[in-house]
Design a protein around this ligand. Structure first.
Ligand SMILES: Nc1nc2c(ncn2[C@@H]2O[C@H](COP(=O)(O)OP(=O)(O)OP(=O)(O)O)[C@@H](O)[C@H]2O)c(=O)[nH]1
Ligand SMILES: [Mg+2]
Length: 304
């Protein structure tokens, strides 16, 4: 299946809501009047694009209609598409350097999909022939260590772990040295879910980053914030708070398949500087794809 099909299938719920909504709003006349534009703005907000981004998109639409006089559905969708693409920016992906240790640190609040995404990424890099290691720096629960160990077993990957309750920074220290000694290409570090408003947990994360930076200064280290699309606008707040504790390289949005709220990618891109690297579109290993703004927008809007 091509990437467009993976996106389209994964985003089916959001697409049904947004694309069908736009078609329905314009169906009676085939073009947009002021009331319909208001309805469309509400539709974007309901799809979790965020108030700021939805207003910016619709301002652009109103401006364009004023300028060109074209209020047809095709013209409106075209402007919406262009503005969404401008907000999402250029496609950016996790960057894996050859002949260097690449460290990927998974961070985020509880249950967003960090461990699952770590496992999916592990499989991706194994398939590319990379030497991969996993580190269980979520020492909070024994089950978390077991969950990562299961991915390790499934992908035939070595997992560095300590006992439950041990210092996660110490796991990172060991993992980094082991990865250097074994000349690994990619080290993926899973961390515990933490509420962004718990300062001690955010401090713990900063400490983990300091240890990695100190022990592997020349590694290509990337912190990846995993957010759950179904949490709506809270995801935007998470992105803001985590970016203060950690130098975020990018964001992975999971569970885009789970709700009609896939528009959250637009809201996050509108209010955060970190690019969206990955899209989780299901629970199985192949449901992780590089986030592609063009394909995302094409999957969301009616054909135009
Ligand atoms: N539908 C869907 N489910 C997903 C996706 N990614 C993860 N999940 C599911 O979300 C649940 C939580 O995933 P985990 O990977 O355990 O989340 P976590 O962030 O590691 O959780 P904590 O370690 O408890 O903070 C699991 O049931 C996953 O299968 C996705 O893209 N789509
Ligand atoms: Mg986990």
């Amino acid at each position: 299946m091509g990437i467009f099909d993976v996106f389209k299938r994964g985003l089916a719920k959001t697409r049904n809501f947004v694309a069908e909504g736009i078609t329905k709003i314009s169906a009676s006349m085939g073009h947009f009047d002021e009331d319909m534009l208001d309805d469309m703005e509400a539709l974007l907000v309901q799809a979790d694009c965020g108030v700021g981004a939805s207003l910016a998109i619709m301002d652009e639409v109103r401006e364009s209609i004023k300028k060109t006089g074209d209020d047809s559905k095709a013209a409106v969708v075209h402007v919406v598409s262009d503005k969404m693409l401008e907000i999402l920016g250029e496609k950016k992906t996790l960057n894996i350097e050859d002949n260097n240790l690449n460290i990927i640190l998974m961070v985020g609040v509880n249950g967003t999909g960090k461990t699952t995404t770590a496992g999916k990424l592990c499989l991706r890099y194994k398939k590319m022939g990379k030497k991969v290691m996993l580190a269980a720096a979520d020492t909070f629960r024994a089950a978390a260590i077991e969950q990562l160990a299961a991915w390790g077993e499934m992908t035939d990957t070595h997992v560095i772990s300590h006992e439950e309750g041990s210092d996660p920074a110490a796991v990172c220290y060991d993992a980094v040295h082991s990865a250097i000694a074994k000349r690994a290409d990619v080290l993926i570090i899973d961390t515990a879910g933490r509420l962004h408003n718990k300062q001690n947990l955010m401090d713990e994360l900063s400490k983990i980053c300091r240890v990695i930076e100190r022990e592997a200064p020349s590694a290509n280290t990337q912190a990846l914030l995993i957010i759950d699309a179904t949490t709506g606008q809270n995801a935007v707040i998470q992105a803001e708070v985590f970016s203060k504790a950690v130098k975020l390289s990018g964001i992975g949005i999971t569970k885009l398949d789970g709700s009609a709220k896939g528009g959250v990618a637009i809201a996050v891109a509108y209010s955060t500087k970190a690019p969206i690297f990955l899209a989780g579109l299901g629970e199985s290993a192949e449901d992780l794809v590089d986030f592609d703004p063009q394909i995302f927008v094409d999957s969301l809007l009616p054909n135009h």
